[in-house]
Design a protein around this ligand. Structure first.
Ligand SMILES: [Zn+2]
Length: 166
């Protein structure tokens, strides 16, 4: 189910320089563009960023700054931070968006369905009791529309409360 493609270079929201190479590395190296790129939080080893092609509204990701394609080689300290941010991110989604459930998970490798397989990332997908019909109906249609920026601003406004000190 985590078949989302993160492709900020295709987004009409991005009007800045074209992104070359790995999109997640680009975000990692450009804190000056956090608002345009939808970054929610920057911790020591990882950051949290909105998925521009969300499975549900509010779908975001936790991503290490380091460009690495295999979880088994990731420094355990970085993994620990990723999981802590994920844990707190669940609380953020339940609080701000009143999520009734959250899918968390990773697609490790292209064979597992990763859109950007060369740079590991954790998905957090908020869910609601009656969202299945909605998602089935819209299929692969993008669901953000005008709500995207409003949802981003809401989550970002509360991000410090949940992620501070990680
Ligand atoms: Zn990368």
């Amino acid at each position: 189910m985590f078949d989302c493609v993160y492709a900020p270079w295709r987004s009409e929201y991005i009007t800045g320089p074209k992104i070359e190479g790995c999109a997640f590395c680009h975000i990692a190296k450009h804190p000056d563009q956090d608002e345009e790129l939808g970054v929610l939080w920057r911790a020591k080893y990882c950051y949290a960023v909105m998925n521009r092609y969300p499975y549900t509204p509010g779908h975001f990701m936790v991503i290490p700054y380091i460009h690495i394609d295999n979880l088994e080689s990731l420094d355990p300290a970085i993994w620990q931070e990723m999981t802590t941010l994920t844990q707190r991110g669940v609380g953020l989604l339940k609080d701000v968006l009143r999520a009734e459930g959250v899918n968390i998970g990773m697609n490790l490798g292209a064979a597992a369905g990763a859109g950007i397989a060369e740079h590991i990332h954790m998905h957090l997908v908020p869910r609601w009791q009656r969202d299945t019909n909605f998602i089935t109906t819209i299929g692969h249609t993008r669901v953000y529309g005008v709500d995207f920026d409003a949802i981003y601003r809401k989550l970002r406004a509360k991000a410090k409360e949940y992620f501070d000190g990680v």
